[in-house]
Structure formats: C-alpha cells, structure tokens
Design a protein around this ligand. Sequence first.
Ligand code: G3H
Ligand code: 13P
Ligand code: NA
Ligand code: ZN
Length: 328
Amino acid sequence: PLVSMRQLLDHAAENGYGLPAFNVNNMEQVWAIMEAADQLDAPVIMQASAGARKYAGEPFLRHQILAALEAYPHIPIVMHQDHGQSPAVCMAAIRSGFSSVMMDGSLEADGKSVASYEYNVDVSRKVVEFAHAIGVSVEAELGVLGSLETMKGDKEDGHGAEGTMTREQLLTDVDQAADFVKRTNCDALAIAIGTSHGAYKFTKKPTGDILAIDRIAEIHARLPNTHLVMHGSSSVPQELLTEIREFGGDMKETYGVPVEEIVRGIKHGVRKVNIDTDIRLAMTGAIRRYFVEHPAKFDPRDYLKPAREAAKKICLARYEAFGCAGRA
Ligand code: G3H
Ligand code: 13P
Ligand code: NA
Ligand code: ZN
C-alpha cells in the first residue's frame, strides 16, 4: 500500500532502524528496489528528483511507482518528491498523488543561492500546513550541503549552493534546528554534516572533522522526536569504481560515506538515508562489463538485466545494514 513517510519513519524510530530512500528514474531502478525489498520484507521509500522529472516526466515516474504498488501489494511504499525547490513544486506533487514531499528551503527557488533562515522557515511551514491537512508528510532541510574539505557548496549534479561556504553554513546548528522544527512542524529534518550529492564527496576515507556524525548525536539529543535525514549518503564502494575503471570508465579517486558511519548515524536518530549515486555506479559498472564481455549483443534487455541485478545487490546490502529486513 501507499503510505505516508511519517508512518514508516515513526515505526523506524520505535524500532531503532533507518530506511534507505532510493532515487528512481526508470523501470530498472524501481524493479531493483522492489525485488530487494520483497526478498527481505523491507518497507520502501522511492523518491523522484527534479532531474528525474526532467528525464522521465512526472507521469512516467508516478506510474512506475504505482506499478510497484500493484505488483507488490504487501509492501508499504512511500512515493516521495526529493528536493522540492518551492511550495508550488511541492503542491503539484501532492496534487498528483505523492504521499510525501521534501521542501528544500535551504536554497532559494533558483537552487543556487543560500536562503535566509526566515525564508526557509516560511516556505517549509507553508508546505507543512497544506500537506498535513491531507495526510502527506514533509521533509525540510536546515543547513547547506557541501564539503568540509573544500568549503564548497554541493554542485556535483547541477544543483546546490554556489561559491565558498563557512563551516557554520555547512553544519546544521543545534539551537537553530530546535527552533526550526518547532516553527515548521516538519515530519523529518534533513541536516548538513559534510556530505554532498554525487560521486565526489571526499578525497580520502572521511574522518570526524569532515563527516560530522557527532553533530547528528547533538541534534538528536536536543530533538529526540525528530526524524533526521542524511542526504548525499552513497558509500561509493571502491569495488564499483574498480569495475568501472577496469571496463573503460574514467573516474577519479573518491570516497563516499562509509556504511558503518551511516549505521552510527542511525543509532543517533537518522531515519531516512538518501541514496542515488551507488545505484548509478552499480548499473554503470555492470553495463560497462557487459559491453566489453559481449561485444556482439545489442538488445537493451541483455545489458539492463545485469544492471538491475547490480542495483538490487546495493539495495539488499543497504536494507540489511540499516536494519530494515522483516520490517514491512
Ligand atoms: O538530489 C540528488 C539526487 O542525487 C538526484 O540527482 O537531480 O541528477 O536526479 P538528479
Ligand atoms: P547520493 O548522491 O550520495 O546518492 O545522494 C542522493 C541524495 O541525497 C538524493 O537526495
Ligand atoms: Na529528500
Ligand atoms: Zn539530496
């Protein structure tokens, strides 16, 4: 059944686990997530970004998630809109049937300029009022995603703050988080702790100064009933980078968020963990390998099958690690 995000995150909080929220753009990704969830009896959050809407179009995304609901009627599924840049975008998603939306007011509607705190409170509260009236959940974001190594806002996949940031901007402030949640009444709060979107998060395996898991613990101590969300939480597995390079890809040295650090975050109140890049890497590695090993093949089904199996493997591993098995 289609459920609100609040329902799943409340259950996760009561039982001390976290949920991966996977981005979806096409049928193969939806298939991989659902097959993994079905195998482990895990609940599902699928989310559509602005980029996904641009690629597939909102009707194709929505109907693929509706197809998953029909094909797996026993699994609770949240249809979530990722990074809504304005109340209007969120309201359009709610109207079309999404059970959860993110109002990302950390940036202005241009998706580039850091927003004022009052603007963020204002747009987030507005979406919460509208959404809650009809049982839809709202994720808001406080703090700017970006690297504590380079002090640059997150620009990897075309959205995120421009220019150089301060450490204050790149780490969600505890007092401000308490005020923000009180004033917006959001269901889940995305926080900035040094992660960023895309494959290039850290130039080395991250340590506490550039990946501030401790900040999660501080926010959770102050806001024990708020569901925290980690964005930019792909782990960028080295073996996937190796596979991509081995079969002709060109990717620089890079590191993601180690799964064990996410698990620490979950111990301290993280309930939703956003993952897109790891599925991209898994599919790309599998397709590159397939093309090299089977140069005569040309049916997309032949190479999309190993691609979706590789994506499923990532989903299985994250569901297991975050404690979702048997929770559906
Ligand atoms: O929010 C970030 C996700 O990785 C989605 O990225 O806008 O390229 O679809 P995208
Ligand atoms: P990654 O790029 O680390 O997978 O993060 C995805 C995300 O945060 C989507 O909102
Ligand atoms: Na989100
Ligand atoms: Zn994100």
